[in-house]
Design a protein around this ligand. Sequence first.
Ligand code: 4AD
Ligand code: MG
Length: 467
Amino acid sequence: MKRTEIRQLLKENPAALLNREVCVKGWVRTKRGNKNVAFIALNDGSVIHNIQIVADPAKFDDELRRITTGACICVEGTLVESQGSGQAVEVQAGRIIVYGEADPDSYPLQKKGHSMEFLREIGHLRLRTNTFGAVMRLRHQMSYAIHTFFHDRGFFYFHTPLITASDCEGAGEMFHVSTLDPENPPRKENGLIDWDQDFFGKFTALTVSGQLEGELGATSLGKIYTFGPTFRAENSNTPRHLAEFWMIEPEMAFYDLDDLTALEEEFIKHCVRWALDHCMDDLEFLNKMIDPGLLDRLRSVIDTDFVRLPYTEGIRILEEAVANGRKFEFPVSWGVDLASEHERYLVEEHFRKPVIMIDYPKEIKAFYMKQNDDGRTVQGTDVLFPQIGEIIGGSVREENYDKLMTRINELGIPMKDMWWYLDTRRYGTCPHAGFGLGFERLMLFVTGMANIRDVIPFPRTPKTAEF
Ligand code: 4AD
Ligand code: MG
């Protein structure tokens, strides 16, 4: 018999299927009952809700003994209006096939709630919990929302390489890619490793950003975006950092700072609105079980105008707060790279809404950002969000060849591998801008989850790469 997904039974058209024979397949969440009747809550991942199976113990004695939490079963039966409260319909079992038992003595997911830390240790099974089901369905919906947003606005999805020879962010936090024998690499006369003999004939690493190649796309196709994995070997054991995360990097020719911040705001609002429009079942579950402020926070973001805040003004606000007795762990003065406690003060306490900070000191930002006429700030933008801190980093790009070269020389960036990037400024240079959104930071915001390790199926962080 043809299988029907639980999503269809519960949501799409239960009336049309009522009193018909249906076939459902999935994993058992719970089984309860007495000697007269057994109730099985079955979930197939298509939706947060379970379908209730009602089975006669006299008829299914053997099957019911084998069915415990975690077992995988197939049930054929009649879809009927439910007698009990809590669900509109249920399946009256006519036939049960047990595909796979789950030994209750060893199956780690039992009905009681488990801590997120414990669930990380069973990363291969945590996806079967309600919480991770909700998060992963939302992850899919957000990916789809992102592609839809850019496609509808004439952006092209542009694939940038994962293996690269240039360090876009200049932070040197790259994972090296090599096929040389680590025990015995070829060496030059001076004793240094001879990367010329490596697979690519040069020193290569996993990309920290697709931006530099993205700029080549924007300066030919006009508007592009990337959406792919990004790797950073920074030893940051925080709830907001991963060593492997997904980044969305749009890059646009002829955009200035106002165009850029407008796109950043529109983009995030689109994603949040999409979640509210398409994922309410999962959001309601997360709002109930994980974060009671979630739905209010999501709604408030789409209804509010984000603040545009020059860095210098932000520092003034923070200094004033300090003068009025507000304590921060890290000191504040013009020129410092804001710590997340500062960002969160501005967003959560001072403005109480998302803030797009602009015009940063050039010393704390990357070489490619467009320099302002004041000689000390650049047109960088960070979008700062409640609970999250920085969710987007972006900038107008320095399109002037001489200014860019001066900055590169000041910073001592090795240009050998960057000649192709500089050519964009030598041939038909144009004003342009772009930004990077950390997908998992967006997921943190949209799900209300507290730790970035719990919004990606298989997190990569220092000392963890198990699953
Ligand atoms: O601010 P970042 O480093 O900017 C760039 O990489 C630019 N090339 C982007 C661009 O202009 N095209 O990173 C962008 C965003 C951050 O705002 C943050 O959301 C996320 O990427 N991010 C991380 N997310 C998870 N784990 C990490 N270790 C992250 N590092 C950055
Ligand atoms: Mg940044």
